[in-house]
Design a protein around this ligand. Structure first.
Ligand code: AGP
Length: 616
């Protein structure tokens, strides 16, 4: 997915847009560009590489224009080249636009436009959109100048299949922008004698805290003094102006080396925020204000279905263990990208959950829409307020973890685990969990932020281990039951930021094939459990040791491993069993971070990735 910033107002647009693009670069960073209207024409700059390169290019130009659009790209159609960088300009020069999304019928449209004399200089679907708007603009009567521009965009979008978040400008319409969304997030920032459009709040927050979340099918026409919202079928829309509650410095790097490290260390606060105001007065259960379901509704639920992608899917797996263990209600977990096409037969009284940090992941959104199409109520656990998934769900639980900028999810994940543990308690106390067990469970969760601080205190030691293990090119992560999803998460973290091949497995699965990988060149990270499985996992470790596999063991305090079995032991604080997945996650977040740094990787912007995947 890509990042878009548009500005129309009294200030010079270029510097404001560049500031916003820097905050959106986690959404895509293979090329960038901007266009401002000035001197009756357009100043257009584009470059491959990062926003910093665009800023350098801009520093050498006199960019005085006060209306502009800008973009940082994650390539979908067309390679990483300057010609494919946005903004794209129509061949008649009348229209420029930036786009986030995928136009599925672009080839047919391009073929039509070629017959009308339009030409193309890029491989992108976006350039097709620019020329199609120009085509409709040329056909529009010049009577009402302002509506001509808006009408040209509207008529174009009626012919488009696929997804888009776009911002459009035209030299014939200084002091005007048109923006529209369908399937890709777009937010209007309402300022004082200025208005902005951006892909997410972090690009707007330094100019205004008043925002309007555009919905699919809506267009907005912006001028410095105001804006009008409408829909593709010409209905007027009365805007709801929200106020953003977090401050700009929460989206700043501060004196941290990377956003990922900052967000790893923000976890105690994020965990406190997840619990704030969410325990019942009697201290024996949790309370959620946004589920929009009564206890009687929950009594009818005989199955939960959780879907998500990536790290969110790992959180679903932990939720499955906790809800089945404490509430004794069956839980099904599916990848959102699989669920949406599986056409699975479902229980009549199932309740759906999706988990999404960004609230914009297209596969998770599609799974939510599929569940609702089948008539199911769908809850969302989300971090971004006002995101598409949060708004389309029938209810849900906001994480309040604050903005997560690092592409590798950390604080959002442990926040999801804590919310899953609270939700499991909530439904369990409606079933058979006793008051006393509920009180003990609540006390266990309330202790988590402090225990997380203690787990984070291991960072220097984990950094030392990481520098010695950064040389390996294969890792296994092994855990059982609710620590198996943490093994998967640890493997994903290492993969996505250090590019090391890493796999997560249930520890007992070793014998069924993966143990063939073991040698002194393939370390294994073991999550050692408390209770009946302790000896079973120790046996798995011994099988690895017998084959000279290096072992890093994540071990709850109070548990003793046989001498010499693990090469490295990273203790985690003892805790309520529902909190163990949270505390077991922190060491592997740190391990993957420090290994990636030792290997000189770009931790916050790993190659080929983007923070939220809003295209299929
Ligand atoms: C996590 O480290 C990854 N960046 C990725 O798997 C992510 O969890 C996934 O794309 C889902 O994103 P979401 O939570 O914003 O929907």
């Amino acid at each position: 997915m890509c990042g878009i910033v548009g500005y129309v107002g009294r200030q010079k647009a270029a510097s404001i847009m560049l500031e916003g693009l820097k905050r959106l670069e986690y959404r895509g960073y293979d090329s960038a560009g901007l266009a401002v209207l000035q001197d009756g024409d357009v100043a257009l700059l584009r470059t491959t590489g990062r926003v910093a390169g665009l800023a350098k290019l801009a520093s050498g130009k006199k960019l005085t224009g006060t209306t502009g659009i800008s973009h940082t790209r994650w390539a979908t159609h067309g390679g990483v080249t300057e010609a494919n960088a946005h903004p794209h300009r129509s061949s008649d020069g009348r229209i420029l636009l930036v786009h986030n999304g995928v136009i599925e019928n672009y080839a047919a449209i391009k073929k039509f436009l070629l017959t009308k004399g339009y030409t193309f200089t890029s491989e992108t679907d976006t350039e097709v959109l620019a020329n199609l708007i120009a085509y409709h603009y040329a056909k529009e009567p010049a009577s009402a100048e302002t509506s001509r521009f808006l009408e040209a965009v509207r008529k174009t979008l009626l012919h488009v299949e696929g997804t888009y978040g776009i911002a459009v400008l035209s030299p014939a319409h200084p002091d005007e922008l048109v923006a529209a969304r369908k399937g890709s997030p777009l937010i209007l920032g309402v300022g004082d004698q200025e208005n902005l459009i951006a892909s997410d709040v972090s690009a707007l927050i330094s100019r205004t805290q008043n925002v309007v979340y555009l919905k699919d099918g809506e267009l907005v026409h912006l001028t410095p003094s105001g804006f009008t919202l409408s829909t593709l079928d010409l209905a007027d829309v009365h805007p709801v102006i929200d106020t953003v509650t977090w401050s700009v410095d929460e989206a700043e790097l501060g004196d941290h080396a990377h956003f990922m490290l900052k967000e790893i260390f923000e976890q105690p606060v994020a965990l406190e925020n997840a619990m704030r105001g969410r325990f019942a007065a009697d201290g024996s259960t949790a309370n959620f204000g946004g589920l929009n379901l009564s206890p009687a509704d929950f009594r009818q639920i005989d199955r939960f279905v959780f879907t998500s992608c990536g790290t969110g899917w790992h959180a679903c797996l932990v939720a499955e263990h906790l809800i089945e263990r404490y509430a004794r209600i069956p839980v099904e977990v599916d990848y959102a990208s699989e669920f949406r096409y599986r056409n699975a037969p479902l229980d009549r009284d199932a309740l759906f959950f999706v988990i999404s940090q960004s609230g914009e992941t297209i596969d998770t959104l599609a799974a939510l829409r599929e569940a609702k199409r089948k008539g199911y109520k769908c809850m969302a656990i989300c971090n971004v307020v006002g995101s598409t998934i949060a708004r389309e769900a029938d209810g849900g639980i906001y994480q309040h973890a604050g903005p997560e900028i690092g592409v590798a999810s950390t604080k959002a994940f442990t926040s999801q685990l804590l919310i899953a543990a609270m939700f499991a308690l909530y439904v369990a106390r409606m079933r058979d969990l006793s008051f006393a067990d509920g009180v003990q469970y609540v006390a266990g969760l309330k202790a988590v932020p402090g225990l997380a601080r203690r787990a984070l205190a291991q960072a220097p030691r984990i950094q030392e281990i990481a520098t010695r293990y950064a040389k390996y090119n294969d890792f296994l992560f092994l855990g059982r039951l609710d620590l198996f999803p943490i093994a998967l998460e640890g493997a994903l973290k290492l993969k996505e930021i250090s590019y090391i091949h890493a796999e997560g497995y249930p520890a007992a699965e070793m014998k069924h094939g993966p143990i063939a990988l073991i040698s002194d060149q393939c370390p294994s990270v073991f999550f050692v459990p408390k209770g009946e499985l302790f000896n079973k996992v120790v046996s798995s470790m011994q099988e690895i040791k017998a084959r000279k596999g290096p072992i890093i063991a994540i071990v709850p305090e109070g548990l003793e491993l046989p001498d010499g079995l693990a090469d490295e032991i990273i203790p985690i604080p003892d805790c309520h069993e529902a909190a163990l997945p949270i505390l077991a996650t922190i060491p592997v977040q740190l391990l993957s971070y420090y290994i990636a740094v030792a290997r000189g990787c770009d931790v916050d912007k790993p190659r080929n990735l983007a923070k939220s995947v809003t295209v299929e």
